[in-house]
Design a protein. Structure first.
Length: 150
């Protein structure tokens, strides 16, 4: 197993029902993409970044996700009330970061399969310790943004 290069954590939000995709909870995160579930792509990118800890927040469809993903040391926690929305999953993930002293935490979406480790690395390198505590990446391409940003 690779050694973490920093004291950065990653929280992967994977508790949503994905009702715009399917009536089956968790189906969006398990949808095949290039032969692997969507969530697996996200976890592989996070692993390549090598954070101190990765917390995956599960909720809707958690049992199916637990059985279908190739887990590799991620801390998995369940949001007891995922119907309360994204903020409740963020709280659940932050609570799971029990060790004080992290330099920060990335919050990534479980349905963001094109996440790349080099983007996480660039953001980590560009972080300014004197800047506001929340940074939202923006890309040059126009299009939809992360719903937390709105």
């Amino acid at each position: 197993m690779a050694v973490a290069r920093s004291k950065l954590a990653v929280i992967v939000l994977a508790a949503g029902a994905g009702t715009r995709y399917s009536d089956q909870p968790g189906a969006k995160l398990l949808a095949p993409l290039d032969g692997r579930p969507v969530l697996q792509h996200v976890l592989d990118a996070v692993r390549a970044f090598v954070p101190r800890i990765t917390v995956v927040v599960l909720g809707h469809g958690a049992d199916a996700l637990e059985q279908s993903i190739d887990w590799a040391g991620e801390v998995r926690v369940r949001n007891p009330n995922p119907e309360l929305g994204l903020a409740s999953s963020i709280r659940t993930g932050l609570t799971a970061l029990a060790e004080p002293g992290d330099d920060g935490a990335f919050i990534v979406l479980g349905d963001q399969p094109r996440l790349r480790a080099d983007v996480l690395e660039a953001l980590a390198e560009a972080a300014d310790p004197d800047a506001p505590p929340i940074i939202v990446p923006r890309y040059d391409e126009p299009g939809p943004r992360n719903p937390v940003e709105r």
